[in-house]
Write a protein that binds this ligand. Structure first.
Ligand code: KG4
Ligand code: ZN
Length: 396
C-alpha cells in the first residue's frame, strides 16, 4: 500500500492511497487500491459488463474524503484530506473548524478522486455519501455536495451509514469475505459487536454503555499528556511500556455479556495519575499507556471471540479507527488462530475514516434497490441498521 502524502499550506494533510499493484503479501499490505484494471492495465469507463462505478464522499468528522469504487471491492482512487493537524492545538475536533475546512476541501478531493481514477462524471453510475452519524455541520457538507452532483449529473444517490462503511472496508482487501460474519466495530464514537447477517443486514449483539473505545483512548492520552489524536499516540507509546505495570479493571456487565463499559477504566487511570501526583511520584507514560491499552484490547478480543463461539460463526472482522491498533490486531490474530476463526481486518489506512469504505457499502445498498431523493438530510445520531433508508427504496 502506497500513500502519497503532502502537507498543504493550511496544515491539512492530503493523501492519495494507491494499491500495491503486485497485490502480494498479507492482508496488511495487500492492495487497498486496484488503480489499474486487472486485464489491460488501463482504467475502463463505467458500465461495461454491467459494472457499477460509484463516486463516494465522506465528511462526517475531521477527514474530507472522496473515492471511486467499482463493484464494491475495486478501489480506483482513494483521496483523504485530513485535518488532524488543525485540531491538535485544541486537543480535539472543533466542529465549526471541521465544517469550514470540509467546504474548502471537498471539491478538490472529488476532482482528485475522479482524475486519479481516470474517469469523468459521465463514467460514474452512482453518487454515494455518508449521511450519519457524525457532526451535523460536517456531514452536511458531504451530503450537499453529493446531492448537487446527483442533481446536476442526473445520477442516482445512495446515503450510507458511517459505521456500515467501516464494516464494509473489510470487503475491499478480502475479496473472499461474504456475510455472515461477526464484526467488532471500534471507532471514536462507537463500540459495537455486530453480526453481519447479510450485506446491509446487521444484528447488534453488544455495544458500549458509556464511552466508545476510541473515546477512551483519546481521553486517557490527554490525561497522561500524550495529547491528540490519542489512539495512535497510545499505540506508539505502549510499544515502549510494560503492559503489566498496572492492573486496570475490565468491566463486565451482568446480563449483557457482550456490552462494553470503558468509563470505569478511564476513571481508574485518572485516579492512578492523581494519586501519583499527590505522592509526588513520576509515572511512566509508556507503562500507563501499555497497561491501559492491554485492558481495552483484552476486553475487545475476549468479547469478540466468545461471541463467535456462542453464535457459531467462524469469521471475525474488525473495523473503525481503533481497529488500526497494533496490539488489538496482534491479539485478535492470535486468538482467532487458537480458536479456528478466520480473522479479517482492513489495512490501517482503511480502518480510519475514508470514502472507499463508503463506496463499498453503497454498492450493496444500490444493488438492493436503495435510492435516496434530494430531500436526504444529515442525521447526526443515525442508529446502525436504521430502516429510514428503506423508505427511499425503489424510488429511482
Ligand atoms: O473511525 P475513526 O477514524 O473515526 C470515527 O468514526 O470515530 O476513529 C477515530 C478513533 C479515534 O478515537 C482515534 O483515537 C482512534 O480511532 N484510533 C486509534 C488508533 N488510530 C485511531 N485507537 C487506538 N489505536 C490506534 N492506532
Ligand atoms: Zn469513522
Amino acid at each position: 500500500m502506497q500513500i502519497d502524502k503532502n502537507v498543504e499550506q493550511d496544515g491539512v494533510i492530503f493523501m492519495s492511497i494507491k494499491g500495491d499493484e503486485a497485490g502480494n503479501g498479507s492482508a496488511d499490505n495487500r492492495a487497498g487500491v486496484a488503480a489499474l484494471s486487472e486485464t489491460d492495465g488501463t482504467n475502463r469507463g463505467a458500465g461495461s459488463d454491467g459494472d457499477i462505478t460509484i463516486l463516494a464522499i465522506e465528511s462526517s468528522c475531521d477527514e474530507t474524503a472522496a473515492a471511486v469504487v467499482r463493484n464494491g471491492r475495486e478501489v480506483l482512487s482513494n483521496i483523504i484530506s485530513s485535518q488532524i493537524a488543525l485540531h491538535t492545538v485544541y486537543g480535539g475536533v472543533v466542529p465549526e473548524i471541521a465544517s469550514r475546512k470540509h467546504v474548502e476541501k471537498i471539491n478538490g478531493c472529488i476532482r482528485a478522486a475522479l482524475s486519479e481514477a481516470g474517469l469523468t462524471l459521465d463514467d460514474i453510475d452512482v453518487v454515494a455519501v455518508t449521511y450519519g452519524p457524525g457532526l451535523v455541520g460536517a456531514l452536511l457538507v458531504g451530503v450537499s455536495a453529493a446531492k448537487a452532483i446527483s442533481f446536476a449529473a442526473n445520477k442516482p444517490l445512495v446515503g450510507v451509514h458511517h459505521i456500515e462503511g467501516h464494516i464494509s472496508a473489510n470487503f475491499i482487501e478480502n475479496k473472499d469475505l461474504e456475510p455472515p460474519f461477526v464484526c467488532l466495530v471500534v471507532s471514536g464514537g462507537h463500540s459495537h459487536l455486530v453480526v453481519v447477517k447479510d450485506y446491509g443486514e446487521y444484528e447488534i449483539i453488544g455495544q458500549t454503555r458509556d464511552d466508545a473505545a476510541g473515546e477512551a483512548f483519546d481521553k486517557v492520552a490527554r490525561a497522561i499528556g500524550l495529547g491528540y489524536p490519542g489512539g495512535p499516540k497510545i499505540d506508539a507509546a505502549a510499544k515502549e511500556g510494560n503492559p503489566d505495570a498496572f492492573t486496570f479493571p475490565q468491566a463486565k456487565i451482568p446480563d449483557a455479556e457482550y456490552d462494553f463499559s470503558f468509563s470505569g477504566l478511564k476513571s481508574a487511570v485518572l485516579n492512578l495519575i492523581n494519586q501519583a501526583k499527590m505522592q509526588g511520584e513520576e509515572l511512566s507514560q509508556a507503562d500507563v499507556a501499555a497497561s491501559f491499552q492491554k485492558a481495552v484490547v483484552e476486553v475487545l478480543v475476549g468479547h469478540a471471540i466468545s461471541a463467535c463461539k456462542q453464535y457459531g460463526y467462524d469469521k471475525l472482522a474488525i473495523a473503525g479507527g481503533v481497529a488500526s491498533n497494533t496490539s488489538l490486531r496482534q491479539l485478535m490474530e492470535k486468538e482467532c488462530a487458537a480458536n479456528g476463526i478466520r480473522f479479517y481486518r482492513p489495512s490501517p489506512v482503511l480502518c480510519t475514516d475514508n470514502a472507499a469504505m463508503i463506496g463499498a457499502a453503497a454498492y450493496y445498498e444500490y444493488k438492493k434497490g436503495v435510492r435516496f431523493d434530494l430531500d436526504m438530510n444529515a442525521v447526526p445520531n443515525l442508529p446502525l441498521g436504521d430502516r429510514e433508508r428503506r423508505f427511499h427504496a425503489g424510488k429511482q
